[in-house]
Design a protein around this ligand. Sequence first.
Ligand code: ZN
Length: 292
Amino acid sequence: MGKRVIGIDIGGTKILGGIVEEDGTLLKVKRVDTQAQKGKETILANLFRLIDDLIAEGSIDGIGVGSAGRIDHKRGVVVYATDNLPGWTGLALKDVLEDRYGVEVAVDNDVNAAVLGEMWLGAGRNYRNILMMTIGTGVGGAVVADGKLIRGSSWSAGEIGHMILYPEGKQCNCGRKGCLEQYISGTALYKQYNELSKNLKVNNARQVFELYKQRDEIAAKVIGDFVRWLSISIMSIKNILDPEVFIIGGGVIESKELWWDDWKALIGSNVNVVSAELGNKATMFGAAQLVL
Ligand SMILES: [Zn+2]
């Protein structure tokens, strides 16, 4: 019998886990709320509960974890995590899980795991040079060169959300100003709408896309800027890495029929862009791949 492992995706709102076989068959999926604002002990308790539930379904050979934050993949330590996962910084996640479950554990950044998942079973299957970009609450990235994930000298390669788009621009939570994330993330989209709109206020990017469909003028301006900024960032990255393909994932992909064609027209036909195929399961599959 082939190996069976657990792949886990730890994000600020939910923890998703599944039992994955060597050939990519997904046997079982479970999800729990992260309850991040209650702090590290609660997050860990939720993570343990999820793993316990999955192990109750049958024995496993390893656990792979993709977590938000900057992750020392060698030691399995969270080097840095934002306030989305309070107390997570400094956590030796690999040791904690190996001590508790007695199996091999591998930990990596969630977007790094996502690109491994897409290379294994999704949109990255036929490529060896990939730039993956996830646009959701924030903007994440991962770089694959010659078939190898580039993690960087301090585990922060691919942090494209913090490329500067506008010098002296909007304040970013990383401490700098004008980062890409402050302009094209889902959060940025609805904030921009609210900045421009005198009357109507929205709470998420989905509402902005909904208004855009209804030919709302402010939404059209916001989405127009989004498309422009996204193409500028793709061009900058193309000049540095020249990947065979850009894989775009994250929540904004759900409304791609509204902007994808305009965007592609802007970046031109010599840049190969595709959307992610595994949706919210990419990180889970990639995390499983880390220990397989
Ligand atoms: Zn930043």
